[in-house]
Design a protein around this ligand. Sequence first.
Ligand code: NAP
Length: 273
Amino acid sequence: MKKREPIGFIGTGNMGEALIAGLLKAKFAEPEKVFAFDADGERLLSIERKYGIKRAPDNSRLSAQCDLILLCVKPQSMKEVIEEVSEALNPSKLIISIAAGVPLRVIEAYARKQLRLVRVMPNIAVLVREGASAIAPGTLATEDDLQLARSIFDCVGKSIILNESLMDAVTGLSGSGPAYIFLVIEALADAGVHLGMTRAQALTLAMQTVAGSARLLFETGEHPALLRERVTSPGGTTAAGLYKLEEGGLRKILIDAVMAAARRSKELGEKLG
Ligand SMILES: NC(=O)c1ccc[n+]([C@@H]2O[C@H](COP(=O)([O-])OP(=O)(O)OC[C@H]3O[C@@H](n4cnc5c(N)ncnc54)[C@H](OP(=O)(O)O)[C@@H]3O)[C@@H](O)[C@H]2O)c1
């Protein structure tokens, strides 16, 4: 896989900044080979100072200068940005879009040409380099492009490659997923408070229980059902708790939640054209 530099970031908001920080920390790129532009001039200046990267004068010049371009603006800004930079784009450049719900065919329609595109759906945990990202190729993207995209998003968490047709499902699962887990943590902490803990004590235990359980799955590579069985003694406390979760339909409610979010993502995408 050929490393492509310079790298250009269009948009340095929450996600753009998290990616810049992650790439530099992982030494994936040298700061002097990272260019960025943002409509918010003050923010751009502060990112330049904080990370030592280069500020581009505008999106068009950034696009002309860079072989790898990351589109990190809000979905509603995509049309304006692509129309602005279209002239500087051609299939020799790899363009990675992280705009939620914007299909690659819509980007090509805005540009009025075929481009070498990769679509990525990361989640908010990239801010702490624990993001979950799904990567999908456009028609002109090569295997090398996908591996390059993977190595970028692996700097800020873990990534998988799949078909773009699954992006609504990704949005429903890992895109919206952090909010579901925040709710679960809040509810577990509420229970701790009901049982006499302080809110801070209960939250610490709930957060670490979720983080530690996920880590245990990653590190052992075991199936969750197997680990669950291993911690459930016959007639014990965990069995009593699990019975209540099954009685309340936790498994079904989570599946329903992911499917509802995926349906909503599809509806919003259809509105975009
Ligand atoms: N946040 C998440 O959890 C998450 C998860 C998955 C995917 N995404 C996707 O990631 C993208 C970025 O999200 P974000 O949370 O980082 O948004 P954000 O914090 O609002 O950052 C977007 C930045 O782009 C700037 N911008 C607007 N128009 C521009 C233009 N024409 N040229 C250059 N810069 C422009 C904005 O400046 P102004 O503020 O001045 O407009 C802002 O600084 C979105 O498409 C979103 O769908 C986000």
